[in-house]
Design a protein around this ligand. Structure first.
Ligand code: NAD
Ligand code: TDX
Length: 352
């Protein structure tokens, strides 16, 4: 793939997987990664990036001059926007950063991209694509039945999902009003290697390895749909290459689990892979804690459009994906130490 791709937020969990995958697949692709290097980022997450085809630029998607300069210098064929504040609990403690990056930053990025794109020659303009990576949380919360579809009304419940919903609307508006060739993906919960240990699966994995308490919000019965991060990145590549411009595609794992089920499975796999603790099985470490305010009950995705139109479906089942993820955390202490140096969840929950 002889293309230049501008990735934003590529030093985070999903963006870095996307970059690793691009370099696995192609010996020609060039990647420019614009990342603010917040607490959630590490520069250690793209070890296979070749120096002559990869450039990390430390900066903010909200910095108009910087974005303009990067567009002029690199003339990207495609842009994939991962940059965001991504943690729901943080958005409850302080929504301002979520508005600044997810709403204002995305608007700035869109506007700079639009101004640059409209001046390009018609021929190169036609191939250009801007893919915005978003979440199923914009649809709100489900009861015991039903699935989120692309036409489900937006009902964001947390400051995080409200800010992502706003960004999705701006992306849509830049297509509808200005004709910018955009695509949007809304995906369910991701898990896998290189995820910052504030999110449920890496936090519980690392605490379980260390023999620490495993915090479960409320009674643990809230349900999430979990997708292995590499499957999500394959979906993004598929939509980028073959999706219909202006369209939205839902991405999911067809894998609903209660939080308690997820935590129990992690306990059992860690017991198996690293041996039991003297105090007994790790399930004994499960600690029910105060619920998250406004905690969404259940997420589940209908990804039929992506499957029928573009042939995508998840490849890895949850049991194997979780094993692979836990084994990765056991083997990559150096990355964990680097990522944990400013660990918000650690401060709150005693992980570090
Ligand atoms: P993450 O928090 O691991 O990474 C976000 C990255 O964005 C970090 O590297 C950070 O430094 C960077 N960033 C933050 N603000 C920035 C700014 N103003 N300018 C430039 N870079 C900035 O997040 P993630 O889990 O990799 O999520 C990536 C995207 O996917 C987000 O848009 C998120 O909303 C979306 N998403 C995440 C999930 C999930 O389960 N993690 C699911 C669906 C969608
Ligand atoms: O310590 C915990 N205990 C617990 O019970 C944490 C951190 C979470 N939880 C619960 C809350 C959720 O129901 O586990 C579930 C998953 O929590 P998170 O990992 O924080 O993810 P979630 O809030 O579902 O949001 C994630 O998926 C959608 C990502 O953080 C978002 O960026 C993405 O858009």
């Amino acid at each position: 793939m002889n293309r230049t791709i501008l990735v934003t937020g590529g030093a985070g969990f999903i963006g870095s997987c996307f970059i690793r995958q691009l370099f696995q697949d192609s010996t020609e692709v060039r990647v420019v990664n614009l990342d603010k290097l917040t607490y959630a980022a590490t520069t250690l997450s793209t070890p296979n990036a070749p120096a002559d085809r990869y450039q990390l630029v430390e900066g903010d998607i909200g910095d108009a001059q910087l974005v303009e300069a990067l567009l002029e210098e690199h003339q990207p064929d495609w842009i994939v926007n991962f940059a965001a504040e991504s943690h729901v609990d943080r958005s409850i403690d302080g929504p301002a950063a979520f508005v600044a990056t997810n709403v204002v930053g995305t608007c700035n990025l869109l506007d700079r991209v639009y101004q640059w794109w409209r001046q390009r020659a018609e021929e190169t303009q036609r191939d250009f694509r801007f893919l915005h990576v978003s979440t199923d949380e914009v649809y709100g919360s489900l009861g015991p039945t039903g699935l989120f579809r692309e036409d489900t009304p937006y009902r964001p419940n947390s400051p995080y999902s409200a800010s992502k919903a706003a960004s999705d609307h701006f992306v849509r508006a830049y297509h509808h009003t200005f004709g910018l060739p955009v695509l949007t993906t809304n995906c369910s919960n991701n898990y896998g290697p290189y995820q910052f240990p504030e999110k449920l699966i890496p936090l519980v994995t690392l605490n379980a390895i260390a023999g620490k308490a495993l915090p479960v919000y409320g009674d643990g019965s809230n349900v999430r749909d979990w997708l292995f991060v590499e499957d999500h990145c394959r979906a993004i590549q598929t939509v980028l290459q073959q999706g219909r411009v202006g369209e939205v595609y839902n991405v999911g794992g067809d894998n609903e689990q209660s939080n308690l089920q997820v935590v129990q499975t992690i306990c059992d796999v860690v017991d198996e892979l690293s041996g039991a603790l003297p105090g007994g099985p790790r399930r004994n470490l499960i600690t029910f804690v105060k619920d998250r305010p406004g905690h969404d009950r259940r997420y589940a995705i209908d990804f039929g459009k992506l499957h029928t139109e573009l042939g995508w479906q998840p490849q890895l089942d949850f049991e194997n994906g979780l094993r692979q993820t836990i084994a990765w955390y056991l083997e990559n202490q150096a990355w964990v130490d680097a990522a944990s140096s400013a660990n918000y969840a650690g401060e709150r929950l005693g992980h570090v």
